[in-house]
Design a protein around this ligand. Structure first.
Ligand SMILES: [Zn+2]
Length: 141
């Protein structure tokens, strides 16, 4: 399914902690902070592990596969040029279901999105950032 032009976005402020999350998509990598001590995933990225308080955290590549935990279909055009309707979802990562990413579900009709739907990451370029987005998984896990 052909996608419309990317919507106008307010881009995040980049800092040393979130840089990998917003830029590693250039190489097709979804990078999530992981603790080297207790192995918990940490998201949003912060320079310590909330589970064990160590500072031994760094971005690690994850598969980019996940499931839709919940979602909403938005029909209101909040800003000029925003294509509607669109899906805003919480996606749980395969390796770390406790990590929930807020993203759009694209490459399908919004009416096709379901709870528990298998999805995979793709990256929408925006200036010098690569926004993690999700689309239906090509092959069900
Ligand atoms: Zn930890």
């Amino acid at each position: 399914m052909t996608q419309p032009a990317p919507p106008p976005r307010t881009l995040p402020a980049i800092d040393p902690d979130n840089r990998a999350y917003w830029t590693r998509g250039r190489d097709g990598v979804l990078a999530i902070f992981k603790c080297h001590s207790c192995h918990a995933y940490v998201h949003p990225p912060v320079p310590f592990c909330p589970a064990c308080d160590t500072v031994a955290v760094s971005p690690q590549a994850v598969s980019g596969r996940g499931t839709v935990v919940t979602f909403t279909v938005n029909h209101k055009q909040w800003v000029p040029g925003l294509p509607v309707p669109y899906v805003l979802a919480l996606v749980a990562l395969e390796e770390a279901p406790e990590v929930r990413l807020v993203a759009n579900i694209t490459h399908c009709d919004p009416a096709e999105v379901t709870f528990g739907m298998a999805v995979e990451v793709w990256f929408e370029p925006a200036e010098d950032l690569w926004i993690p987005q999700f689309r239906p998984a090509r092959s069900a896990a």
